[in-house]
Design a protein around this ligand. Structure first.
Ligand code: HEC
Length: 262
């Protein structure tokens, strides 16, 4: 019985926090703006890369003026349909979402206490816990490690497809082994890095296609022993993996450089 009550209490709490206006605002900004203004971008658009850091935004009158939506640049850009930019691939914002932002600004841009303390939810990058430190290191390692699978798997596919069969088996075997090790390393470092990165659809796609690619790479290392018996199967799997490597790389580029790649 006590357990049941505890469950109800937790459910109640989560419903209440989900309805927090700042939480709703954050959700909308994550959905609509993170692709170009997220904290992970190397060059956020308009040099504005802290769209999810609400505790900081509410102290910046050039973006938000509490109580006055019509003086808040962020609101004006949305209500005049200038952000997200019309010619971009991002969907325009529904009126209901703009209204949520407007109401929140009229209410004086309230931020929950625990966000200000950096306890979670809001700032993300502001919390200085072991997760963030680990993610920081992995964020430096990941861009380095990914070059191994990208380089090696592609080269192995080219060698397998276009070079004479003799004398290339060593290249294929070792290329695959180092490439697969790199792919597993890339998946692990990427996963840790993502702990501190703004969630987005691109990130989810990048993560899961990346994990699938790493698994396929390991599969190729195992299958390599039977390459002579089943050359066609091996070839097909190798090309599928290579294409996935390129897709993951592209999505990763989009995460760090924004949808326009520049
Ligand atoms: C497809 C990319 C893209 C998306 C999505 C996007 N923006 Fe922008 N944003 C830009 C670009 C590009 C600029 C720079 C425009 C310029 O300088 O004229 C910019 C500039 C801004 C600026 C001005 C920054 C400054 O310092 O002057 C604000 C504020 C802004 N965006 C808010 C938003 C908000 C809020 C959203 C989500 C509703 C959003 N943007 C979504 C591309 C985007």
């Amino acid at each position: 019985m006590r357990l049941l009550l505890a469950c109800f209490f937790m459910l109640f709490c989560s419903v209440v926090t989900a309805e927090e206006p700042a939480g709703q605002v954050l959700k909308i900004l994550k959905k609509r703006c993170v692709a170009c203004h997220g904290s992970v971008l190397a060059h956020p658009k308009g040099k504005f890369g802290h769209i999810t850091d609400l505790p900081r935004l509410v102290t910046e009158p050039q973006f938000l003026v509490p109580g006055k939506p019509l003086e808040s640049e962020m609101f004006l850009l949305m209500s005049e349909a200038e952000m997200p930019p019309r010619k971009s691939s991002s969907a325009p914002m529904p009126k209901a979402e703009i209204k949520v932002i407007e109401d929140w600004i009229i209410a004086g841009t309230p931020i929950p206490e625990d966000w200000l303390a950096g306890a979670g939810g809001g700032g993300g990058a502001r919390t200085s816990s072991w997760r963030v430190v680990l993610a920081g290191w992995m964020g430096k390692l990941h861009p380095f490690v990914i070059h191994f699978p990208i380089g090696l798997i592609v080269v192995v596919a080219l060698v397998q497809g276009f070079c004479h069969k003799e004398r290339t088996s060593g290249m294929i075997r070792y290329g695959l082994r180092f490439g697969a090790a790199g792919a597993v390393g890339a998946a692990m470092t990427g996963w840790c890095w993502a702990l501190s990165v703004d969630a987005s659809e691109t990130l989810t796609r990048h993560r899961w296609i990346g994990v699938a690619t790493a698994i396929l790479c390991v599969g190729l290392v195992i299958l390599e022993k039977y390459r002579q018996q089943h050359p066609r199967w091996f070839g097909v799997l190798l090309w599928v993996t290579t294409i996935l490597v390129l897709i993951v790389g592209h999505l990763g580029g989009e995460l760090v450089h924004g949808p326009f790649f520049g």
